[in-house]
Design a protein around this ligand. Structure first.
Ligand SMILES: Nc1ncnc2c1ncn2[C@@H]1O[C@H](COP(=O)(O)OP(=O)(O)OP(=O)(O)O)[C@@H](O)[C@H]1O
Ligand SMILES: [Mg+2]
Length: 169
């Protein structure tokens, strides 16, 4: 049997539109509800795109009761406890990719990493990547990409659902 390399792994991708902060929150909540221990969710997108808004939903989906989630811009990491430990990281201010990141990544909790593009070296390949773009006014286009089996399965399900405004897959 031949080895399966990363490039042969099944990758799922889907772009959906969000028209309001609540819709972005709701998408985050769905991700949080499906997250399992060790998952890493990497968020990429310009200032104000809605990364933290999505993380608020994620925390809710993980059962975090603390209602106050904001960008951990100065301390880099905010830990929370839901049905799993939840670490909210923000790499906006890191100057170079540093190994401390992997301390969190290797833990059994769930990590949401804002500005994930500044720490790719230390993020696992099978993360769920959430890329957010401005699409005029309050509209955002959100591309989900993953090779993690449970998120891949979920994205395949979303493709057949009427709940989301699908832009591309
Ligand atoms: N469709 C939308 N989805 C998410 N946020 C939206 C949307 N429409 C408007 N907004 C607003 O955009 C802002 C997004 O702010 P947020 O802090 O989530 O961005 P961010 O990407 O985390 O920025 P930063 O890079 O500064 O951390 C909020 O004020 C939110 O109300
Ligand atoms: Mg933020």
């Amino acid at each position: 049997m031949s080895r399966i390399t990363a490039s042969q792994k099944k990758e799922a991708r889907l772009t959906i539109a969000s028209s309001a902060p609540d819709e972005t929150f709701e998408l985050g909540r769905e991700i949080g509800a499906r997250a399992t221990g060790g998952d890493v969710i990497g968020l990429i997108g310009p200032l104000g795109a809605g990364k933290t808004q999505l993380v608020k939903g994620l925390a809710r989906g993980l059962g975090v009761l603390d209602p106050y989630i904001n960008s951990p811009t100065f301390v880099l990491v905010h830990p929370y406890q839901g049905r799993l430990p939840f670490y909210h990281l923000d790499l906006f201010r890191i100057e170079k990719e540093t190994a401390w990141l992997s301390e969190y990544i290797e833990m059994e909790g769930v990590c949401a990493v804002e500005w994930a593009d500044r720490g790719l070296l230390y993020l696992p390949e099978d993360r769920l990547t959430v890329k957010m773009r401005y699409a005029g006014g309050d509209r955002r286009e959100i591309t989900l990409t993953t090779s993690a089996p449970h998120f891949t399965e979920w994205i395949e399900e979303l493709k057949g659902s009427y709940r989301w405004k699908i832009v591309a897959h």
